[in-house]
Design a binder for this molecule. Structure first.
Ligand code: APR
Ligand code: PHB
Length: 389
């Protein structure tokens, strides 16, 4: 098998990049370890920056997004002492769209066949070869048969646990890692949200987030210790604690219902530099992870593939390589600012086990400053809607 660009991973990054390259007439094949059903079963965050919705519009794949996506013009930061609305439209002129990232993946997945984007699912034992040459290739097993996919470039969109980042020599790669001392217990339920907008709260018991997927489907999170078990959180316990953390006003608006999904996710900040080695490029979670607090995961993957698809178009159309030279630097500049914002919001809104009384007063003072400063609110708003490409 031969193609121009071989992509490993059919998550949002791989599918978005695959469509952008196909639309530019660049032969592309995606090799994915899981089945399409498994890829869609992963529950992910739901806030899209304009960067991401613009790419879907550019691809002509935004019909459902336009019909079902919710335009959000602000969100709330609260504590026992504060209730702050960050008016992102008034402060930045931009809005965000609430639309499940799983739905983005579904839209991209469904359109692949008609767009000529080849996706090979259930490909096992994917291995990268000759990545420092101009003729790299991927080996994998499909239906018990050993296969080889030759390409001019390989793009690793295989997430944090994939093989691509690990194919880069340790002597070349710089890793930056921060693991947070808590996780998020998430619950999905077919009940109306407790508010029209998202509420991030820092309560004495811990962080909570009230989000949504639609006017009839809610998504909630509670900060829990790392050693917590989902089975220790029957629905009633979750609803009771959520009501306490959101406070009496929002708490009173909560509609309870059976969880259709409940899981605990750890929080991590991670960056791997550089994002290119020879004929291998990294994009999305294979190169970086952000704590979900800033809802940056998919949106950073989108900016990575916006930069990389432009570089690959320049090469295949005009033989230009300048986009390759600058890819890692350009992508990392935006990644590190999103890492900072996600770390900042996580540090501001969570209770840390080692937190001193002074640390707690620093959080409350920061929230007090934000409540009374347009400059502070503008800074938060422009990072939340997404910094320019
Ligand atoms: N071989 C083939 N495919 C692999 C392998 C492998 N060895 N390892 C991982 N994969 C696939 C996974 O099955 C998954 O479908 O790579 C894909 C990686 O997808 P994601 O983990 O969703 O990462 P990415 O596409 O970068 O998404 C970025 O989108 O949904 C959000 O918050 C999420 O931060 C994430 C962001
Ligand atoms: C979600 O709806 O899952 C969500 C929204 C905003 C975040 C994180 C998760 O910051």
């Amino acid at each position: 098998m031969k193609t121009d660009v071989a992509i490993i991973g059919a998550g949002p990054a791989g599918l978005l990049l695959g469509h952008l390259l196909c639309a530019a007439g660049i032969a592309t094949t995606i090799v994915e370890r899981q089945s399409a059903t498994h890829v869609l079963s992963r529950i992910r965050a739901g806030v899209l920056e304009a960067t991401t919705t613009d790419l879907m519009r550019q691809l002509g794949l935004d019909q459902r997004l336009n019909a079902e996506g919710l335009r959000h013009e602000g969100f709330h930061l609260s504590s026992s002492l504060h209730s702050i609305r960050i008016d992102i439209v008034a402060l930045t002129g931009k809005h965000v769209t609430v639309y499940g990232q799983t739905e983005v993946t579904r839209d991209l997945m469904d359109a692949a066949p008609e767009r000529g984007l080849e996706v090979i699912y259930e490909a096992a034992d994917v291995a990268l070869h000759e990545i420092e040459s101009n003729a790299p290739w991927i080996g994998f097993t499909k239906d018990g048969q050993h296969e080889r996919l030759d390409a001019r470039f390989i793009v690793g969109c295989d997430g944090f646990h994939g093989p691509s980042r690990r194919a880069i020599p340790e002597s070349t790669i710089q890793l930056y890692d921060k693991v947070y001392p808590f996780g998020w217990l998430g619950l999905l339920a077919d009940v109306p949200p407790c508010d029209q907008e998202l509420i991030y709260t820092n309560h004495e018991h811990g962080f909570a987030l009230a989000s949504m997927r639609s006017a009839t489907r809610s998504r909630y999170y509670l900060q829990v210790p790392l050693d917590e078990k989902v089975e220790d959180w029957p629905d009633d316990r979750f609803w009771d604690e959520l009501s306490v953390r959101l406070g009496p006003e929002a708490g009173a608006r909560i509609t309870r219902g059976p969880a259709i999904e409940k899981s605990i996710a750890p929080l991590r900040s991670f960056v791997s530099e550089p994002m290119r080695h020879g004929s291998l490029f990294l994009a999305g979670d294979s190169a970086h992870i952000v704590p979900p607090t800033g809802a940056k995961g998919l949106n950073l993957a989108a900016s990575d593939v916006a930069y990389l698809s432009a570089a690959l178009r320049g090469f295949f159309r005009h033989g230009h390589t300048d986009g390759f030279e600058s890819y890692s630097e350009r992508a990392l500049a935006r990644i590190w600012k999103a890492e900072r914002f996600s770390w900042y919001l996580t540090s501001l809104m969570h209770r840390f086990p080692s937190q001193s009384r002074f640390d707690r007063r620093m959080q409350l003072a920061e929230l007090d400053y934000i409540a009374n400063s347009r400059a502070a609110q503008t800074s938060i708003a422009e990072n939340y809607v997404g910094l320019p490409l």
